[in-house]
Design a protein around this ligand. Sequence first.
Ligand SMILES: [Cu+2]
Length: 168
Amino acid sequence: MKNLNRFGLLVAALLLSLASHAADNAAGNGKDIEVSAAWVRATAPGQDTAGVDMTITSKHAARLVGVSSPVAKSAELHSMMNMAGMMEMREVDAVDLPSGKPVNLGASGYHVMLNQLKAPLKEGDSVPLILSIMVGENEMVKIRTTAEVRSLHTSGGHTQSGGPDLNY
Ligand SMILES: [Cu+2]
């Protein structure tokens, strides 16, 4: 019986690994698009929006055109602009991903805005994200990734966009 159980575990592990490969394939040419260093600051009490930073590298010219996350009611692509000394966020339709060039959203003046968070983001959590990326003219791929929730006091890298009460 013991051996049988072990065999069962092996089969389960094999099935799991097959399932995760299937998920990769479901992302179309997901292997041609790499997402790294995705992170978001933990939320302060009462804060229900959060800005996510990440680096996206697409082998082929593409555009990030949408984002969703189960932790937020909606997610948008935002740009940050300095308007007469005030940082202002605007929703944008897309972020260009030139072929082969890593694009760091924060460094490029963008972030993913999570709106109406369903629960506070706590340090150490990971936030699932689904990126909609248009590769070339008409191939839409969905890329699953997760953003690491870092300490509220993390500085640098990303200009936090949690709200006007936070320091930029
Ligand atoms: Cu924003």
